[in-house]
Design a protein around this ligand. Structure first.
Ligand code: ADP
Ligand code: MG
Length: 208
């Protein structure tokens, strides 16, 4: 995977988030403050602009620029969380021009660590971690089993999707939704849903 692959991933994320912004905002209206779709749409639009203005020449710097842009442009909890994840992933990939599945898997783990460190959410707290962690685990397993790239990313997307669906029955223990206590049960977490979209975008770019 080269810089064009990661550029295509960010572009696909921007398109999907834009198309799904109302869906994400509706989910956030149920258990938050109804801004998750607009937050991410603004953030990924800014990423698109930043990448067009100063196109990075390697995957690491591209993800780092995307992360910095999200942190700068998105005020909600999701901006710093996703932004840090992308920035740490970028740092982990360094200046390498080409990234293997094993490299990507290791970088994803570091991105997840960044989210956990910043938000101190564990699996089961009804956050983006509930989609991100299973996706990382699926990638790790794919690497261990020698699964090829498109199939590995399909496994990660499937795991993220299932993880997002599994948040419906959870009670939120982190973020705004936690203020609702047991009333947060029965709704899918917006951040876990957008994480699943981001992993589905990654799958779609690899199989395009
Ligand atoms: P805000 O909650 O500030 O309005 P968003 O609506 O953009 O920000 O994002 C909400 C999402 O952020 C939640 O659905 C959840 O997945 C995620 N989130 C919130 N707090 C945390 C946390 N401490 N750790 C991990 N994810 C979190
Ligand atoms: Mg919100």
């Amino acid at each position: 995977m080269d810089v064009h692959f990661f550029g295509a991933w960010m572009e696909k994320c921007a398109r999907v988030v834009h198309e799904q912004r109302e869906h994400l905002t509706r989910l956030d209206a149920a258990i938050g403050d109804a801004d998750h779709g607009t937050n991410l749409d603004r953030g990924f639009t800014a990423i698109r602009q930043a990448l067009a203005e100063s196109p990075p020449t390697a995957p690491g710097p591209l993800l780092a620029l995307a992360g910095t842009t999200l942190i700068r442009k998105v005020g909600g909890a999701s901006g710093p969380l996703y932004g840090s994840a992308l920035r740490q992933m970028g740092k982990a990939l360094g200046e390498a021009e080409s990234v293997t599945l094993a490299d990507l898997s290791a970088a994803m783990d570091i991105g997840l660590q960044a989210v956990r460190w910043l938000g101190s959410a564990e699996q089961g707290d009804k956050t983006m971690v509930d989609a991100f962690a299973p996706a990382c685990a699926a990638l790790r397993q794919a690497v261990a089993e020698g699964v090829k790239l498109p199939e590995a990313l399909a496994m990660a997307a499937e795991a993220a999707d299932q993880g997002a669906k599994d948040t419906v029955s959870m009670q939120a223990r982190k973020g705004r939704a936690s203020y609702l206590g047991p009333r947060s049960i029965g709704h899918q977490d917006p951040g876990a849903t957008s994480t699943a979209m981001i992993f589905c975008a990654l799958r779609d770019v690899s199989s395009a």
